[in-house]
Design a protein around this ligand. Structure first.
Ligand code: ZN
Length: 286
């Protein structure tokens, strides 16, 4: 069942769990996240970043939409980190049911103006919008957009931002970073700040870059107002670690022998996230 991002997250907010948003970069990963979500009966957000859609090609969209419609669990197709108004409109035209406009690196007023403009267009056609306030860190050059230092989301600014833009969900910066943490950097979530923001704003909150934060912190965030958690690095690392192992056998050449064990490795990590977020079995609520 294909649904909008806000229909998906309203139920999650009411029942205090988080829906995993898994980034997919190819068909094999798409099939893996769909399969594990059905096995776990978990709602799913298929997240596709502009770099990923560039890699996949726009022609993949009818297949993604068809797969989402056919799924036995509710699925939203989400544009991750839309950078411009034009990019978001293109995604809506391509069939995305949820879009993110990331103006977090802009000055506050410009972020408000850009996000409000996107909300007006997206809501006209029933597509939900995620905005971002504060800056999520990044760990290395391979990570998605982000700052070298984290600027934590200010609760009062969050209230103003949600009111003035009309966003359906808000990505906040409370101590996560995109990418995989180097061993000398210790991730730590400000759960008190999360609770403060959650008490102040009434839209579901989104966590980006939670790949290396301790499970206990992420689990607590998922029951404290965070209703969407983006997972990209963790599942890709699992997929390609297995790929390196499998490809050690240099006789292999057929994707149907190389990819299935990689998908299994991705699914094992995804299953653990689904359980951690409290999303297993929640498909029946829709
Ligand atoms: Zn992100």
């Amino acid at each position: 069942m294909l649904i909008s991002g806000s229909d998906l997250l309203t139920v999650a907010a009411k029942n205090s769990f988080a829906v995993p948003a898994f980034n997919v970069s190819d068909y094999s990963m798409l099939n893996a996240v769909l399969a594990i979500s059905e096995e776990k009966q978990s709602p799913l957000i298929i997240a596709i970043h502009p770099n990923e859609i560039a890699n996949l090609g726009w022609d993949v969209m009818p297949s993604v939409i068809q797969a989402a419609r056919r799924a036995s669990v509710p699925v939203a197709i989400h544009l991750d980190h839309g950078a411009t108004y034009e990019q978001v409109l293109q995604a809506i035209q391509g069939g995305f049911t949820s879009v993110m406009i990331d103006g977090s690196m802009l000055p506050f007023e410009e972020n408000v103006a850009l996000t409000a403009r996107v909300v007006e267009a997206a809501h006209a056609v029933g597509v939900s919008v995620e905005g971002e306030l504060g800056t999520i860190g990044k760990t290395d050059g391979y990570a998605e957009e982000g700052a070298d230092t984290i600027i934590y989301t200010d609760p009062a600014d969050a209230v103003t931002f949600v009111e003035r833009t009309g966003v359906d969900t808000l990505a906040i910066a409370i101590g996560t970073r995109h990418g995989i943490y180097p061993s000398d950097l210790q991730p730590e979530l400000k759960l008190d700040l999360l609770r403060e923001i959650d008490a102040a704003v009434d839209v579901p909150l989104v966590l980006h870059g939670g790949s290396n934060n301790p499970d206990a912190e992420i689990g607590e965030a998922a029951s404290s107002g965070v209703n969407k958690i983006n997972i990209s690095s963790d599942i890709k690392v699992a997929y390609y670690l297995k790929a390196r192992e499998v490809l050690a056998d240099t006789n292999l050449r057929e994707p149907d022998t190389i990819q299935p064990p990689c998908r299994d490795a991705l699914k094992a990590v995804a299953a653990q996230k689904i359980d951690l977020f409290g999303a297993a079995g929640k498909a029946e609520l829709y």
